[in-house]
Design a protein around this ligand. Structure first.
Ligand SMILES: [Mg+2]
Length: 363
């Protein structure tokens, strides 16, 4: 018997793909199956339907001690619509299913759905159904979102080529900085519960910007709307759920290209730097491997640079190279770091990174 940890999440998805996608050719309306942020289905009249699904599991993806359930509701929807935006599509409707253990009260479930509803309203994606079940494995959340876009405007992971520029929205590493603080406070809370200490109150106020990014990541609806406004179609796109390095690898592998990114250009805010300093960590490591920022990473042709510059909150961090060039970062010390060899730039110890092991549409 092979342990799943031996092949990893992406290895497991590869094994599943081998079994289920054998007869894709029998379904000509399938434009894209397993292996992108969403599956893409020909909806007729030049329009594509995109579909994504995500499973969130208590103690794997979230901890109820440090996560308000209403935030969890919001985040569950947000991370799903983020995959729809990563295809340059617009979310249309969603289903939400939950498994609940005995420790979850009706009040908590109602609060969870208040968060779900807030996101549903914010992203204009009505919740049209779902399922509920008892669970013996804690709180489970499964969400499916369907979106839509003109077929010619759907962005895949495999469309970029040499000469394109690589862009990222927002700033990176902030969600991981927030997780570091939450994990530290969680340990303290567990100590206090053990010692029956009622006096301790976690100090979250000072770290609001980073904690909020972790608990309430906001999928980039605004960016997709701006693309439409300026007539930009990214040649490839992916959302940043697992960290910049991992997503860059996906784009390069799927598009059969290499890339050079510049460490100096990776957008990181000061609050993230302060937290990294606090833990004596490296800020770039947070950005490269931290994950859960739910920003968009995309490429455009050089002719689009002037339009990109009209948009706010976008940074050009590198350029697409030939496959032979490899996947590299020019460091602050002017050294080329191979991003495919994670050990070359890895200040994380095993297990301290994202505990996530999600099986979604991504490979
Ligand atoms: Mg994704």
């Amino acid at each position: 018997m092979t342990k799943i940890s031996e092949i990893g999440e992406f290895g497991l998805i590869h094994e599943i793909k081998q079994i289920v996608d054998k007869n894709y050719q029998n379904y000509p309306y399938l434009q894209c199956g397993i292996g992108d942020d969403c599956a893409v289905i020909d909806g007729g009249n030049g329009v594509s339907q995109v579909i994504t699904t995500d499973l969130l599991v208590e103690q794997i993806h979230f901890d109820l001690l440090t996560t308000p359930v209403s935030h969890l509701g919001y985040k569950s929807v947000s991370v799903n619509v983020s995959d729809i935006y990563a295809m340059n599509a617009v979310p249309k409707y969603a289903t939400v299913s939950i498994g609940v253990s005995e420790s979850i009260s009706v009040e908590m479930i109602k609060e969870f759905y208040q968060g779900v509803f807030r996101a549903s309203r914010g992203f204009s994606v009505p919740i049209v159904g779902g399922d509920t079940s008892a669970s013996i494995a804690g709180f489970l959340i499964s969400i499916t979102v369907v979106g839509e876009q003109k077929s010619e405007l759907v962005s895949y992971r495999n469309g970029t080529k040499e000469g394109d520029v690589l862009c990222v929205t927002g700033d990176l590493g902030r969600a991981y900085a927030g997780l570091k603080i939450l994990m530290r406070e969680r340990l303290q809370m567990l100590e206090d519960i053990k010692e029956n200490n009622q006096n301790y109150h976690p100090v979250f106020e000072d770290y609001k910007t980073v904690i909020q990014k972790h608990l309430l990541p906001k999928a980039r609806k605004d960016i997709i709307e701006e693309f439409a406004k300026y007539g930009i179609k990214p040649t490839s796109m992916i959302d940043i759920s697992d960290g910049l390095a991992s997503e860059i690898k996906h784009l390069c592998r799927n598009s059969n290209v290499g890339v050079l990114i510049h460490e100096i250009k990776i957008p990181v805010i000061n609050d993230t730097k302060l937290i990294a300093d606090l833990f004596a960590d490296d800020t770039t490591t947070y950005a490269l491997f931290g994950g859960e920022d739910y920003e968009l990473l995309f490429t455009v042709g050089k002719d689009m640079i002037s339009k990109i510059e009209l948009m706010e909150d976008i940074t050009i961090i590198g350029e697409i190279k030939s496959k032979e060039f490899g996947v590299k970062m020019l460091s602050l010390e002017h050294e080329y770091v191979d991003l495919l060899q994670r050990s070359g730039f890895d200040h994380f110890k095993s297990g301290t990174s994202n505990q996530k092991n999600n099986l979604d549409n991504e490979d």
